[in-house]
Write a protein that binds this ligand. Structure first.
Ligand SMILES: NC(=O)c1ccc[n+]([C@@H]2O[C@H](COP(=O)([O-])OP(=O)(O)OC[C@H]3O[C@@H](n4cnc5c(N)ncnc54)[C@H](OP(=O)(O)O)[C@@H]3O)[C@@H](O)[C@H]2O)c1
Length: 276
């Protein structure tokens, strides 16, 4: 385990869907050592089941899990963050690092609740982290420095790609890449439905739709070419693709996707949990 998390104790407070995905992926990839990793949830029975599944201690006492940890990952729902962080107040030192994945919770809320100069990083991952093809944006709080960002980047690079942004962009990130998998699933579902409409068996139609989505995304990422140029390369003059594109334009696909991201980002801003 040659990385800058080597030998570090990590506690995941609130190992639900997202916390659990990260925990599972990080353990599976050897970034976290099971003997140095702990987690918490709200319910005893969930704790027992998760402990058996992951092979790490899982409890319901946040302070006990967090007090000796080098890195504390907060994975509870946004409205529970303040309560969980308040349990840690007075017991966390600046040599520890807090990483929160809670949507709409500013770093300042955690910093103020702790009432100590503890480094905090806000992270916004997405569910494809489960298969190590996630997208995470990181924004540092006022006490975090480059080494803390590096630790968080090491962590999230294992489960996909990572970018560092100013905290003011985190609601936009939420609307685009955190909510984004849901939009893409709808697109894949619709393409598969279309395949069925033109006579393909459903399983083949779904495979064609999903692999085509992944292939197009990889070409964008790996060539760095503008998507419009890549689209032009598929569009033969007087061919079939241009007829399909005309339908997309008439159905306002572009503006609909833009509005979806704008609305989700606005909602993330509305939900913002103000620092005191
Ligand atoms: N889902 C996504 O795509 C996504 C993407 C980016 C960020 N996030 C963020 O991830 C966070 C969690 O979302 P989720 O979808 O993973 O929710 P979730 O599945 O409900 O997970 C929340 C977890 O927190 C535990 N919990 C509740 N109160 C607790 C407490 N006082 N102490 C310790 N643990 C406690 C729950 O325990 P029990 O299991 O025992 O109830 C549960 O395991 C949210 O802040 C969300 O904004 C989610």
């Amino acid at each position: 385990m040659a990385n800058n998390l080597s030998g570090k104790k990590v506690a995941v407070l609130g190992a639900g869907k997202m916390g659990g995905i990260l925990l599972q992926a990080l353990l599976r990839n050897g970034l976290l050592a099971p003997e140095l990793t702990t987690a918490t949830v709200a319910h005893e029975d969930r704790a027992k089941a998760l402990s058996a599944k992951l092979g790490i201690p899982v409890g319901i006492n946040n302070l006990q899990a967090a007090k000796d940890a080098d890195v504390i990952l907060i994975g509870v729902k946004p409205q529970v963050v303040e309560e969980v962080v308040a349990e840690l107040r007075g017991h966390i030192s600046p040599r520890q690092l807090i990483i929160s994945v809670a949507a709409s919770v500013p770093n300042s809320l955690i910093e103020k609740t702790l009432d100590a100069p503890v480094p905090v990083i806000r992270a916004m991952p997405n569910t494809p982290c489960l298969l190590c093809c996630g997208m995470t944006a990181l924004a540092k709080g006022k006490y975090a420095d480059a080494s803390h960002v590096e630790t968080a980047t090491t962590m999230f690079d294992v489960v996909g790609r990572t970018v560092v942004v100013d905290e003011k962009h985190m609601d936009a990130v939420t609307g685009l890449s955190a909510s984004g998998p849901a939009y893409i699933y709808i697109i894949i579902e619709s393409l598969a439905e279309a395949g069925v409409k033109v006579g393909l068996p459903r399983d083949i139609a779904t495979l064609l739709a999903a692999q085509t989505t992944m292939g197009a995304a990889r070409v964008v990422l790996e060539t760095g070419d503008h998507p419009a140029l890549l689209k032009d390369a598929v569009t033969t003059p007087a061919g079939c693709t241009v007829d399909g594109i005309m339908e997309l334009e008439e159905g306002k696909l572009r503006v609909t996707l833009i509005k979806a991201v704008v609305k989700a980002a606005q909602r993330a801003k509305e939900l913002a949990f103000a620092g005191h």
